[in-house]
Design a binder for this molecule. Structure first.
Ligand code: URA
Length: 203
């Protein structure tokens, strides 16, 4: 394994080990009781695009993989429509354990898990961070000093914002969460259109 590859693999493996033993989390007991897994993230450790969702749902927690249920099928469709290979990107969430009954993660849970996401971003060094939904958009924009530009997701979706990180410049794209398209074809069309922004940023 090349040196940088090994470095990234080990740093990401450490995050996984820490999450497996993350007893401080208020979601830990629920994970153990249901025999769930933490959902660390998956994809290329050299991805140019990182997708950040909210928190795992039941399918994800059962398999330990992000976006592998209904929202995942929609995400796969959107990636396909934009000509992006799932294996080329990195997919993760702010909160790495399933909140009970898919409730929204609390501010305290987001704060507790966010340092893992921050580390994943620093290790993978994506050029584009695509925030899936309001929770991810708010966290990512605040984290990169763009809190003053925050708008409701209904206005922000499809827009991109430049930010400076410790490893260089990054484009942040605000997107609706794929789940909004489950029962709404119009929302899916909007998402398909917005996903094209990602490709433009990489040209
Ligand atoms: N919704 C999310 O935000 N993340 C997942 O991994 C699955 C559904």
């Amino acid at each position: 394994m090349a040196k940088e590859e090994e470095k990234r693999y080990k740093a990401l493996r450490k995050i996984k080990d820490e999450l497996l033993a993350f007893k401080e989390s208020p979601l830990y007991e629920y994970r153990i009781k249901n025999r769930y897994f933490p959902v660390v993230g998956e994809g290329s450790h050299f991805a140019k695009i990182m997708f950040v969702g909210e928190a795992p749902g039941r399918n994800e927690a059962e398999k330990g993989r992000p976006f592998c249920g209904v929202s995942g099928n929609l995400l796969n469709d959107l990636l396909l429509s934009a000509g992006i290979k799932r294996g080329d990107v990195y997919i993760t969430n702010i909160v790495k354990d399933r909140p009970p009954e898919n409730r929204d993660p609390t501010p305290a849970e987001k704060e507790l898990y966010a340092p893992f996401l921050d580390r994943q971003i620093k290790i993978i060094q994506p050029k584009v961070i695509a925030a899936l939904g309001r929770h991810a958009m708010e966290y990512i924009m605040n984290h990169f000093g763009l809190g003053g530009k925050l708008e409701p997701i209904s206005l922000a979706h499809g827009k991109s914002f430049k930010a400076t990180t410790s490893y260089g410049e990054v484009d942040i794209v605000a997107l609706y969460h794929p789940a909004v398209a489950i029962y709404n074809r119009n929302q899916k069309d909007t998402l398909i259109k917005d996903f094209r922004v990602i490709n433009k940023l990489l040209q």
